[in-house]
Design a protein around this ligand. Structure first.
Ligand code: PEP
Ligand code: MG
Length: 582
């Protein structure tokens, strides 16, 4: 009998194959007492296990394929650093001495203490750190318990084309999986913002996460189908189901490769309106794909990834080097650098760490431009580097999460001062560098006409605009049902922003996920949007829809949509737009 399990889709693609289960967390650890005379031996056993874990991680790092994003070694470095940390490497030894217990138990106690601290923090980034603690602890435990081999100890041939099912996967595992030619993975835990999910997308591995209790239904060597775009996992599928998904897999492959022919075709609607398509980029590796899909530049470079998985924040030279490298890859295409957007669900070790009490509404707290205007040194460093990078290519600055005009005035003044500073130091920059603002707070959308007078361009960040308009946390599963891009309030705010740009004669782009959802393309065009910034994987698909859109035809229907009372009503009207003519 076929069992269907619904998870959270993380990385698209269909995979059909046999399962290889990895059980990271099922390590049974018991306490036993040791004699005083055994303390030194027990401590040596612990030290050896830590050394073995360190050796394994270094071996993994040395096997990262050259073509893989540099961030991956940073993930492994984080685990190596944790192994050196006193809380993991030293505290258990103290427990062994004081409690006269075995090394496994001492480590487990320390792990529990650390995890309890993380559990008390309702923050999705910090839960990722809790996962990191577990990954590192389990690696040491395995060495202590002489447990069965981990992924990197299994022969490559055994894993090729197999589907990995695990409670959770470390970023290090994910790198190896790509190296070994694994077909897909499915995990019980993790969310779309976990390191592993980010890497799956960046490495192009179909993946589903959040499949709670999946291992009650899936056994080693079972045949399963993973549909990365719907988040469905089918166990023991019958012949008809397999045939269906083989067809879907082939269809998807053919569809995506057929889109390649659109790469060099100018982007325009059926009624001849020119549209600009740019790319959203997170990881340095992704920049290569910008030219591959014919994007007209980068509309959103999320620079916070430069700050992640490290102890200190990057200095000016490091920022500069990163931006100049990217400009080299882009060979003349414009690069929109979004200034640091840390805070809320994006926390890092080295920069802008928020001290003081744990805030209960981090998404409404000190994040993005708010944090930058508080931590001005951090912000100045990045702004100086961006200005200096502008001497090497076409660079634009984009400010996230503006709420009021005073924030913008402060940024503009900082830029005036920094330009004067660079002049004094005879350092080159583009004196006409364009400054844009993200419209992602309802207050900014309502006042978009004021922002538009002071900025060179606007970009609508729908991920946050929807979160703040609907008053829901975008990473909270329980209120996800309210996350509705088609809510009339959201559509009106988008429309107001586009109109404000038109009146001020400045370009308005959209860089939130809504811009890359093909169901919304025609509506956004009819609302007047002329620039879309999307992931490179969806760019050509959006281009295709744009080419089939007759914008003027949809103006009357769009008026009705803007006057609709509910998202459901909007949906019905939208179906008329999206149904291909018979
Ligand atoms: C957005 O909010 O739509 C956006 C593009 O920014 P981020 O997703 O990085 O918050
Ligand atoms: Mg945002």
């Amino acid at each position: 009998m076929t069992i269907s399990i619904q998870g959270v889709s993380v990385s698209h693609g269909v995979a059909i194959g046999s399962v290889h289960i990895i059980q990271h967390d099922q390590l049974d650890v018991y306490e036993y007492k040791i004699h005083k005379s055994q303390i030194n031996d027990e401590i040596s056993r612990f030290n050896d296990a830590v050394a073995s874990a360190r050796q394994q991680l270094r071996a993994i790092r040395d096997h990262i394929p050259a073509s893989t994003s540099v961030d991956i070694s940073a993930f492994i470095d984080t685990h190596l650093l944790m192994l050196e940390d006193i809380t993991l490497a030293e505290e258990p030894k103290r427990t062994i001495k004081e409690r006269l217990c075995n090394a496994e138990w001492a480590l487990k106690l320390q792990r529990d203490a650390l995890v309890n601290v993380f559990n008390e923090m309702a923050d999705s980034y910090l839960s990722t750190r809790r996962d990191d603690v577990d990954h590192v602890v389990n690696r040491i435990l395995r060495a202590l318990l002489k447990q069965k081999p981990l992924l990197h100890e299994i022969p490559d041939s055994h894993l090729k084309n197999r589907i990995i099912v695990a409670d959770d996967l470390t970023p290090a595992d994910t790198v190896l999986m790509q190296h070994y030619g694994i077909a897909a993975f499915a995990t019980e835990y993790g969310g779309p913002t976990s390191h592993t999910a980010i890497l799956a997308r960046s490495l192009g591995i179909p993946a589903v996460v959040g499949l709670h209790n999946a291992q009650c239904f899936i056994k080693n060597d079972d045949l399963v189908i993973i549909d990365g775009s719907t988040g469905v996992v089918l166990v023991d599928p019958d012949k008809l189901t397999i045939a269906f998904y083989e067809k879907k897999q082939l269809g998807e492959k053919r569809y995506y490769s057929s889109l390649g022919k659109l790469k060099n075709v100018p982007t325009a609607t059926e009624d001849g309106i020119a549209v600009t398509l740019t790319a959203n980029i997170e990881l340095p590796k992704d920049f290569e794909s910008v030219r591959d899909v014919g994007a007209k530049g980068v509309g959103l470079y999320r620079t916070e990834f430069l700050y992640m998985n490290r102890e200190t924040s990057p200095d000016e030279e490091e920022h500069l080097e990163a931006y100049v490298n990217v400009l080299k890859i882009l060979r003349g295409l414009p690069l929109t650098i979004r200034t640091l957007d840390l805070g809320a669900d994006k926390q890092v070790d080295g920069a802008g760490n928020q001290t003081g009490p744990i805030r209960s509404n981090p998404a409404l707290g000190l994040r993005a431009i708010r944090l930058c205007l508080k931590e001005t040194e951090l912000f100045r460093t990045q702004l100086r580097a961006i200005l200096r990078a502008s001497a090497y290519g076409s660079v634009r600055i984009m400010i996230p999460m503006l709420t009021n005009i005073q924030e913008l005035q402060q940024v503009l003044q900082m830029l005036v001062d920094l330009k004067a500073e660079l002049d004094n130091q005879s350092k080159a920059y583009d004196p006409d560098i364009k400054i844009g603002g993200m419209i992602e707070v309802p207050a900014a959308a309502i006042c978009a006409h004021i922002f538009a007078k002071k900025l060179d361009f606007l970009s609508i960040g729908t991920n946050d605009l929807i979160q703040y308009t609907m008053a829901i946390d975008r990473v909270n599963d329980e209120v996800n049902y309210l996350y509705d891009p088609l809510h009339p309030a959201v559509l009106r705010l988008i429309h107001m922003t586009i109109k404000a740009g038109e009146e001020a004669n400045i370009p308005v782009s959209m860089c939130g996920e809504m811009a890359g959802d093909k169901e919304h393309t025609q509506l956004l065009l009819a609302l007047g949007l002329r620039e879309f910034s999307v992931h490179t994987a969806s760019l050509l698909e959006i281009k295709k829809i744009i080419a089939h859109t007759n914008t003027s035809k949809w103006i009357p229907l769009t008026k009705k949509i803007l006057n609709a009372a509910t998202g459901a009503e909007v949906n019905l009207l939208l179906q008329q737009m999206n149904t291909p003519p018979a």
